[in-house]
Design a protein around this ligand. Structure first.
Ligand code: MCN
Ligand code: CUM
Length: 779
């Protein structure tokens, strides 16, 4: 089925935040710090105030008087809305100008005179805890270093013991560098505070409207029922639109101060330089194994660069997100990871870009370690994986770090990927090609074949274990069937391009037999939808998708009671087939869901205790996460002369359980694969030693295009989730989680004859070329 929402998108009729224009609306612009670390000596706004079209200039000092200079982050830290004492990263918000048009607002920024006293910056996270490192968060009382948290998972003693016994131990430092989700639509908001009603309406492209509303209520002290957050069409989120940014708060304050609606939209550089980035994990991994390749244990130490404010969004109990699924898809005795989070003079964030709460980092690490082990043991990486993959009979599988994988058939998925790729044949071609190279024919490129196998944990989450800022992660859903049999579904999650208006209507259609075009999905408006924590961590299908199936089944049960009154039979005598209840043994005697809907609203006398109308509500608290998985194979051509990498082929076998809309699933996978190729080969938010951001435009921060992407070759297996009402697992981040390792493994496979075991992403031509310099080709 085609996506319903595309009817407006392909006609250019979507409504994005920047399309919201209210009468009398003013425009805001943010003055940002040119320094990564500096003390603010003074801020003079008088010239900006005097600009004829400027309506307000807001500084940290103004906010301080309103107790709004600092706001809580989603990780129980604090973040400056506008800097008061110091600036702590380049691009940090220093002042906010509200003017009659956006050009005047920008012009007035240049009239603000800020005197800074530059301080040394902390740029390398691995040096953040050095005793001589400047203290970034001296705003926090008694804080004398840049330490945020230490967190660990697994059994350390058992892991150490397995390492002590091991025949083979290999270790590898692996960096997952800082990247940025870079959605095409940048972040923005229109805040409209009505002084008469005391109601704040906030149009804002957030991925989590309900969570934002609650946080605004807590921060600004506004009553929650007087806040309406509307998240209209969104041009990509990828996790970038989960956090609350200072610009949103400034727009709200601007509206309160001026009494007019205020629009704030970032430009591209502001988005890249100051909003939620991703990764920045410095990982040291070790694997213990037998000489025949049987893995015994994994041990990992991580330094996590969280930037100047700990603004990551992850369930409270898990400061490193779900990184502790780093044992991946493999069977082993023991595992242990220790993660240390540190402050640096960089933009805050850390969880974004289809991260699955740090599973991207975890999957990349373990898949690199497997290949490093294969390199040392001189084993084929596919064989080594097959030897260690979990077996179907091990599910539900309790992992050594405390997860319970719900279902899977891993060897089948890997075998299918190998068959689609023609793996054995590819290896033969590669060996023949290498012989030519060794014989002195250096005219062509070198083939590399890379495999990755990933397991994800998505659908946060069981309320018992998961909350964000104390808010449990269950999702509400409401379904109302009108008298004529048309339905409205209201859900708490919000689409940034994933096609929710289609897929959730499909779930209702499947459960009730109402045509999919007769169901409207309402989302993204806190006044119109039930509470829920929003779209990220591929949680919509596992949680809100389940809520949708459950609420549709509740309506079906209600319809049964109405049908029994209509047919004058006992409800126990009714059978369901898609779209109607009928009398068991007499198929002719039945009522369609549309007939039942009309009767439910009519004068028909209903049995005692049965309410009229046809609707239901539910709150779904998932019993467990869902564990999608996949097997990816990438084939690259590497030119040793230039370091250029070309992705020749990419095979992706995904298992996300039951697929609601196969085309949408394929689209999600295509997008994620492109993301993975981009991260592996070109994307990097880099900094110089003073903390200047070097990646703040699309000239420097390279996104992949169709030119760099091959024609994806997809395959699928279907292992339903046993605990999800329709057996579906999330898929929105799978390909981004799984694909970088396949690409990097492929490039390293091509460089193996040069004796190269590992090089860090992004594998730009320079990076690849450097890795092989001074290394003669050998077998
Ligand atoms: N789906 C399906 N069958 C399944 C699983 C999913 O048909 N078994 C469909 C769903 O119904 C939904 C889509 O695939 O329409 C993605 O579902 P899901 O995996 O539940 O992920 P979410 O809807 O929660 O989306 C979030 C996820 C995340 S966290 C990031 S980051 C990301 C991603 O989605 N951001 C995206 N994919 C994106 N795609 C687009 N176009 N834009 C983004 O910003
Ligand atoms: Cu981590 S990016 Mo998505 O979860 O919105």
């Amino acid at each position: 089925m085609h996506r319903k929402e595309d009817a407006r998108f392909v006609r250019g009729r979507g409504t994005y935040v920047d399309d919201v224009n209210l009468p009398g609306m003013l425009y805001g612009a943010v003055l940002r710090s040119p320094y990564a670390h500096a003390r603010i000596v003074s801020i003079d706004t008088s010239a900006a105030q005097a600009h004829p079209r400027v309506k307000a200039v807001i500084t940290g000092q103004v906010l301080e008087s309103l107790k709004l200079a600092w706001m809580p982050t989603l990780s129980y830290d604090t973040q400056a809305v506008l800097a008061t004492d110091k600036v702590r990263f380049q691009g940090q918000e220093v002042a906010f100008v509200v003017a009659e048009d956006k050009y005047s607002a920008r012009d007035a920024l240049e009239l603000i005179d800020v005197e800074y006293e530059p301080l040394p910056a902390v740029v390398d996270a691995r040096k953040a805890l050095d005793p001589e490192a400047p203290v970034i968060r001296d705003d926090k009382e008694g804080k004398a270093n840049n330490h945020i948290f230490d967190w660990s998972a697994g059994d350390e003693a058992a892991t150490d013991a397995a390492f002590a016994r091991a025949e083979v131990v290999v270790a590898q430092d692996v960096l997952y560098p800082r990247v940025h989700p870079a959605p095409l639509e940048t972040c923005g908001a229109v805040a409209d505070f009505d002084k008469v009603t005391g109601k704040l309406t906030m149009w804002c492209n957030t991925q989590a409207p309900h969570a934002h509303r609650t946080v605004y209520a807590l921060v600004a002290g506004l009553p929650e029922h007087k806040i309406r957050v509307i998240s209209p069409d969104i041009g990509g989120g990828f996790g970038n639109k989960v956090p609350i940014y200072p610009g949103y708060v400034c727009a709200i304050v601007g509206s309160i101060v001026t009494g007019k609606p205020v629009k704030w939209m970032e430009d591209r550089s502001e988005n890249l330089m100051s909003t939620g980035f991703a990764r920045d994990y410095h990982m040291h991994g070790e694997v213990a194994a037998d000489r025949d390749g049987k893995i015994r244990a994994l041990r990992v130490k991580v330094i996590a660069d969280h930037g100047a404010f700990n603004g990551t969004a992850q369930p409270t109990k898990f400061p490193a997100g779900f990184f502790h699924v780093f044992t991946g898809s493999y069977d082993m005795e023991a595992a242990h990871c220790a993660v240390t989070g540190v402050y640096t003079n960089k933009a805050p964030g850390g969880v974004a870009y289809a991260c699955s709460f740090r599973i991207t980092e975890a999957a990349y690490l373990v898949e690199r370690l497997i290949d490093v082990l294969a390199y040392e043991l001189k084993m084929d990486p596919a064989q080594l994986r097959m030897k260690n993959l979990l077996k179907p009979e091990q599910f539900p599988y309790p992992s050594p770090t405390g997860w319970e994988y719900d279902s899977g058939d891993y060897p089948k998925a890997l075998r299918l990927a190998m068959d689609i790729a023609g793996y054995e044949e590819l290896r033969k071609q590669q060996a023949a090609e290498l012989q030519n190279w060794l014989a002195g024919d250096h005219t062509g490129t070198l083939t590399g074949i890379g495999i990755s196998f990933f397991t994800e944990a998505v659908g946060a989450g069981p309320r018992k274990h998961m909350d964000i800022l104390g808010l449990g992660m269950a999702d509400g859903a409401e379904l109302r069937v009108h008298p004529t049999g048309k339905g409205v579904l209201r859900i708490s999650v919000q689409s940034q391009g994933q096609g929710h208006e289609t897929t959730y209507a499909q779930i209702v259609a499947e459960e009730l037999g109402i045509p999919v075009d007769d169901i409207e999905v309402v989302h993204g408006d806190t006044d119109q939808t039930p509470f829920g924590l929003g779209t990220y961590g591929s949680r919509s299908t596992p949680v809100s998708g389940a809520a949708t199936a459950v609420v549709a089944r509740k309506v079906r049960e209600r319809a049964k009671l109405v049908a029994s009154a209509m047919l004058e039979v006992d409800e126990g005598d009714l059978e369901w087939e898609k779209g109607r209840w009928y009398v068991r043994g007499d198929r002719e005697q039945g009522k369609t869901i549309q007939e039942i809907a009309m009767a439910a609203h009519s004068s028909l006398e209903l049995p005692d205790g049965v309410e009229g109308h046809l609707d239901a509500t539910t709150v779904y608290n998932p019993p467990n996460l869902t564990f999608p998985f996949g097997a990816y194979i990438c084939v690259v051509d590497v030119d040793p002369g230039t370091g250029q990498v070309k992705v020749r082929r990419f095979v992706a076998v995904d298992d996300c359980g039951v697929r609601i809309n196969p085309t949408i699933v394929e689209g999600q996978v295509h997008g994620g694969l492109a993301d993975g190729v981009g991260m592996a080969l070109m994307q990097l938010i880099a900094f110089d030693e003073d903390g200047n951001c070097l990646g703040a435009s699309f000239m420097d921060y390279l996104l992949p295009t169709s030119v760099e992407c091959p024609s994806w070759e997809l395959g699928e297996t279907v292992t339903p989730s046993p605990h999800h009402p329709i057996g579906a697992k999330g898929v929105g981040e799978s390909a981004t989680v799984g694909s970088p390792a396949a690409v990097v493994n492929a490039v390293m496979d091509a460089l193996k004859p040069f004796g190269v075991r590992h090089a860090d992403m992004p594998l730009t031509p320079a990076q690849v070329w450097r890795a092989i310099q001074g290394r003669p080709l050998r077998t």
